[in-house]
Design a protein around this ligand. Structure first.
Ligand SMILES: [Cu+2]
Length: 204
């Protein structure tokens, strides 16, 4: 009797896990594709994101980092989840500054600091595309894209991207690259769908 009970228990647990598996995989889908940035040798770093996904998405506990190295911001484009605290790290032997003229980020200026030091800023407003500048070096420029949800990706050096496990729904997929016209595509994710989108970006 005891043996039978544990056997059926084992069977039930397995069945339960199986349904969880089906439910999880069937109510989401992937999207992948290729972006070509017209007139650029490399189509790397283009940002692909979904404008809005229902739900609330807490920012990661590990802060994203924007480096200042060889008189450049790295990465040049940093997508983050709203609420994330970004650490700005000076890797150069010169002083660097971080400021932004972007209204949606409150036009902050973090001041100027030497090598090895970090200053931080938390970005709360989803949908804000923040221009990051250094007032010591006018050629330095970067962008922080503050996003509402974690369903975003950046293209690799061949222009490929992939966003996995997007919950079922109708969405606006956006493609962004500085100084280029943004693209907006309506997509429907439904039960394991695997969409393919090929996008060409044109200069503004
Ligand atoms: Cu600088």
């Amino acid at each position: 009797m005891r043996f039978k009970f544990s056997q059926s228990y084992y069977y039930l647990v397995n069945l339960f896990c199986f349904f969880i598996f089906i439910f999880n995989t069937a109510s989401a889908g992937d999207i992948k594709g290729k972006v070509h940035i017209n007139g650029k040798k490399s189509s790397q770093y283009a940002l692909i994101y979904i404008e809005h996904v229902d739900g609330s998405f807490p920012p990661p506990s590990k802060s994203p980092v924007m480096n200042q190295k060889d008189l450049m911001f790295m990465p040049m484009i940093l997508p983050i989840l709203a609420g994330s605290k970004v650490n700005f790290l000076n890797n150069d032997n010169v002083l660097h500054n971080v400021f932004t003229p972007s209204k949606c980020a409150g036009k902050f200026n973090l001041g100027t600091w030497p090598k090895g030091e970090i200053r931080s800023h938390t970005f709360n407003k989803a949908g804000c595309f923040v221009t990051i500048l250094c007032n010591v070096h006018p050629d330095m420029q970067a962008w922080i894209a503050v996003l509402q949800n974690p369903y975003f990706a950046q293209t690799d050096d061949k222009g490929n991207f992939e966003i996995k496990n997007i919950p079922n729904g109708r969405y606006e997929l956006k493609v962004w690259y500085p100084f280029y016209k943004s693209k907006s595509i309506n997509i429907i994710i439904k039960d394991l769908s695997n969409l393919q989108e090929d996008i060409v970006l044109q200069k503004k």
